[in-house]
Design a protein around this ligand. Sequence first.
Ligand SMILES: Cc1ncc(COP(=O)(O)O)c(C=O)c1O
Length: 377
Amino acid sequence: MSMFHDEFDHAPGLRYLNHAAIGPWPRRTSEAVTRFARENLRLGASEYPTWLATERRLRERLARLIHAPSRDDIALVKSTSEALSLVAFGLDWARGDQVVISDEEFPSNRVVWEALGDRGVEVKQVSLAGADPEASLLTACGPRTRLLSVSAVQFASGLRLDLARLGEGCRVRNVLFCVDAIQQIGALPFDVQRYQCDFAMADGHKWMLGPEGLGLFYCRAEIRPQLELNAYGWHMLEHLGDFDRRQWQPARSARRFECGSPNMLGACALEASLSLLEEVGITTVAAHLQMRIEQLLQGLAAIPGVQLHTPADPDKRAGIVTFSIDGHDSTQIYQALTAKRTICALRGAGVRFSPHFYSKERLIDEAVQQVRRLAMR
Ligand SMILES: Cc1ncc(COP(=O)(O)O)c(C=O)c1O
């Protein structure tokens, strides 16, 4: 593992615990982008076939990362929000159809469904607060429910849902299953087949350590033709590159969701970042991340007055730990930590820490000590 620490070169004194917002790039990604810039300066797109090869490798890496049956199941999109919109504005809704979500969703996975209100679609928000949030979600799915859409890991509390159970529950109820996976992919293994996902999406700039502006959209092959397309262009055609052809049809592959020129700069960067995750191996990534999370949870729990808002059960959490301190304003705690270069976020019920597999034990200890000192003020 230690060799992978060389892949990160954070400024001295910086404790970067904010991967649930935006992950820093590995060294190889920074170098790949520098090479790409230089190539553009010197050669323009003369070597375009090598760019296409990078893009193909990216699709293959993403397919492996989420255990999709084929790279043809992966569309490269701008963001998680864009992919959610492809689903919401692609399905043929009838008035009275219902979408079930949780009441803790990031806005992207709520507003996109609420935007269907004028088509007569009703959004049902389910509390995850009980002892069995999966049961609450499935019980809420009634005869009018067309789709269940949840985040794999809640962005504020860090609660991770049992996706295999939800997927099976959706299948037996004949409900489509959509997973906003941005807070899980790259942090923990993810398996669209085991979870029986109809749709899954994630941006690359968090746990996958890529740049903003490039994400993945998985759509189960059997459902793909059912999604109506709302964006058209040359790149999404079955006969890509045959510019003189007058008869056309959308690509059978997930490329049908990519209407125009690809984000090659983003692909170059994300491909490099994923090459690191694949070299380390996602199970090793997850194991190391869980050690850091355990360290954070134990360290914070030992501080008088600290309330943890993230479940202690390893099956119910991922890479997020959110806490508050009795009698202290979380905004002030957040600002004090940030001023000391411990990069974190203010979310939900408190301050959110999100390390990654390469985060050093010592940095986590320092962050916990900072919280301890703030709690004693
Ligand atoms: C759960 C969740 N979904 C979606 C997003 C936004 O993703 P994007 O910017 O790729 O649309 C975030 C970002 O914080 C998130 O935490």
